[in-house]
Structure formats: structure tokens, C-alpha cells
Design a protein around this ligand. Structure first.
Ligand SMILES: [Ca+2]
Ligand SMILES: [Ca+2]
Length: 202
């Protein structure tokens, strides 16, 4: 694999290893595995792709339900052979794991981090610098416009506008993905409180 391919493969691993444990769980990845946005040039079906993916982690030492960084690399070395184009390969890895475009670009991630920091500051201002749960809950409710119990990407966009933070949609999506740690598509109260209280995105 050349440097460009390696970079996205490394990034995908760290992106998926939420707890920084150094290995990924096959079971979790199967649920995420997405081919709906595969770039042109990748013609295989989900069953085929997932089959090859699972096959790679089903032999000997590799059959323990976990994927180490090395095993991850081994898999993608094979994939890279069947997808010679760097552009197609990068898009393929991004779309499989729903990594937003450019997210592994350092300038982009730095900007997302600083936006998260800014959002946190404004939320703290709004709560008069208290981190008390009832106060945070009432702020959270204001931004959960449809009372679904979670903040969607659209609701996050409205929240940021209200906080005076105006940015492109791609940043909003990336911020949402960062805050939504359990990846269910909504920022629930715990995830919201994490952002405000712990500032985990320094
Ligand atoms: Ca909602
Ligand atoms: Ca969530």
C-alpha cells in the first residue's frame, strides 16, 4: 500500500477504535459495514465484500472476534490490490465505515476540534458556567426541537446557528459524528453532557 492508502486505513482503524483499545470487534464492524455509498469502480455486492472481510478474520489466531491493527492492515493490503486507484480506494474505505470526506485530513480535524471547543464554551456560557444536570437538561431540551430525546444533525445545525457558530454542513456532520459516540445518529443527553462537562475533544 502506498502512503495515501495507508493513511486512510490507519485513520479508519483509529476512528473505529473508540476506546483506543488497540483492537476492533468484528461483531460491531459487521453492523457498520455499509456499501450504499460505494464509489464507482467497486462492483462487488455487500454479501461478497462482507464475506471477504469476515473470511479474512476467521482463520487461526485471527478467529478470536477481534481485529488488531496488523490484521486490519493485512485485510486492506488485499483490498488495495483489487482497487488500484487511490481516489477510489480512499472513498471506498470512507464509505464502508461512514467516515465523512476529509475527516482524516489534519487541517479538517483540527477545525472540527476547535469548533467543538467553541461550542462547549458557548454552552457553558448559556448554563452560566454550571455543569449541574438539571441546567444542562433544560438546555438540551431547548435544542431537541422535536422532543425525540436526541439531537439530530439538523437540530445540531440549528443549535450552532443559535450559538452564533456558522459553519459548512460537512463540519456540522463531522461534529455530530464526534459527539454521537454510540453512533445511533442522535446526540443523547449523556453524550451532550460529556461534551460540556469533560470536553473530551481537546
Ligand atoms: Ca430530536
Ligand atoms: Ca448517540
Amino acid at each position: 500500500m502506498n502512503a495515501r492508502k495507508q493513511k486512510v486505513v490507519d485513520y479508519a482503524f483509529s476512528y473505529l477504535d473508540l476506546e483506543g483499545s488497540g483492537s476492533l470487534r468484528v461483531q460491531n464492524l459487521v453492523q457498520l459495514f455499509d456499501i450504499s455509498k460505494n464509489p464507482e469502480g467497486v462492483k462487488k455486492s455487500r454479501d461478497q465484500l462482507l464475506g471477504e472481510f469476515l473470511e479474512c478474520f476467521s482463520e487461526g489466531d485471527r478467529a478470536d472476534g477481534k481485529i488488531t491493527k496488523n490484521e486490519w492492515n493485512t485485510y486492506y493490503v488485499d483490498v488495495a490490490i483489487s482497487i488500484p486507484s487511490d481516489d477510489v480506494f480512499v472513498k471506498f474505505v470512507e464509505s464502508t465505515w461512514q467516515i465523512a470526506d476529509n475527516q482524516h485530513d489534519t487541517a479538517f480535524t483540527d477545525k472540527v476540534k476547535s469548533l467543538l471547543g467553541m461550542t462547549r464554551q458557548r454552552l457553558l456560557m448559556l448554563s452560566n458556567n454550571t455543569e449541574e444536570e438539571f441546567k444542562l437538561r433544560s438546555i438540551f431540551k431547548q435544542f431537541d426541537l422535536n422532543h425525540s430525546g436526541g439531537i439530530s444533525i439538523l437540530e445540531l445545525a440549528a443549535m450552532l446557528a443559535k450559538l452564533g457558530i456558522v459553519v459548512d454542513q460537512k463540519y456540522i456532520e463531522a461534529m455530530h459524528a464526534q459527539i454521537d459516540t454510540n453512533r445511533n445518529g442522535l446526540i443523547d443527553f449523556e453524550e451532550f453532557a460529556n461534551l460540556v462537562i469533560y470536553n473530551p475533544y481537546k
